[in-house]
Write a protein that binds this ligand. Structure first.
Ligand code: PGA
Length: 254
């Protein structure tokens, strides 16, 4: 971590805890956040069905709310979809975009990711944009090329915006598999992302927080967060347990 950027720990609940158990988890996270101090930004991304309820649970705390997804139109006949203004209305400040599960299972392309980044920024939602290579791409030595291409799709949009965004590097082979990228592997990609941002605009590189995601656990968080270009984590499995999630946040708050 670099002291000029405040660490950010975000929990992606995925398709878990969409009702009463989600409110209970949020209550536990709020409780453990009291002892955390103010040195870290804590963000949780519950499913849509529980966003409004969790918004009131976190209201007077330092825990901030994210959505996992949205449709990049303000309103209209889009059955089943959720707009960015609806997310704002129910208390979200953040939104995850381009998660590999959306790219993989729902066919989200680089250009759709770019459209969503534009829409989120226009609606005052801070995007956490995900990039990352598959196992086959890593084995073919294509990691840096793939990540560069994914970032290229939206770099002009974030360079033009006065708002800071976060980028999460999540190697697809490390998500939910227990196989974490080593600190060296993570830092190598984070350095490449930072360089690409700097080539566009130095200030953009300085203000953008780069999160690592993929099997982050209390046991490996400190080593990952010790890397100079890792500014936080996007946590899946381990964020469904308040004690694990706050242990990761404490590792970021050192
Ligand atoms: P994981 O998920 O921590 O369960 O690997 C991370 C993510 O998908 O954001």
């Amino acid at each position: 971590m670099n002291p000029s950027r405040r660490p950010l720990i975000a929990g992606n609940w995925k398709m878990y805890k969409g009702g009463r158990t989600g409110v209970e988890l949020a209550q536990d996270i709020v409780k453990s956040s009291h002892s955390l101090g103010s040195g870290v930004d804590l963000v949780i991304a519950p499913p849509f069905t529980v966003l409004a309820a969790v918004a009131s649970t976190v209201e007077d705390s330092s825990v901030q709310l994210a959505a996992q997804n949205f449709y990049p139109k303000n309103e209209g006949a889009f059955t089943g979809e959720i707009s960015p203004s609806m997310l704002k209305d129910c208390g979200c400040a953040w939104v995850i975009i381009g998660h590999s599960e959306r790219r993989q299972y729902f066919g989200e392309s680089n250009s759709f990711v770019a459209e969503k980044v534009t829409s989120a920024l226009a609606n005052d939602l801070v995007p956490i944009v995900c990039v990352g290579e598959t196992l086959a791409q890593r084995q073919a030595n294509e990691t840096l090329r793939v990540v560069e291409g994914q970032l290229n799709a939206f770099i002009d949009i974030i360079a033009r915006s006065p708002h800071a965004v976060a980028i999460a590097y999540e190697p697809v082979w490390a998500i939910g598999t227990g196989k974490v990228a080593g600190p060296g592997e993570a830092e190598e990609v984070h350095v490449a992302i930072r360089k690409q941002l700097a080539a566009k605009d130095e200030a953009l590189a300085t203000r953008t927080r780069l999160l690592y995601g993929g099997s982050v656990k209390p046991e490996n968080a400190a080593a990952l967060l010790a890397c100079a270009n890792v500014d936080g984590a996007l946590v899946g499995g381990a964020c469904l347990d308040a004690a694990s999630f706050s242990a990761i946040a404490r590792a970021a708050n050192r």
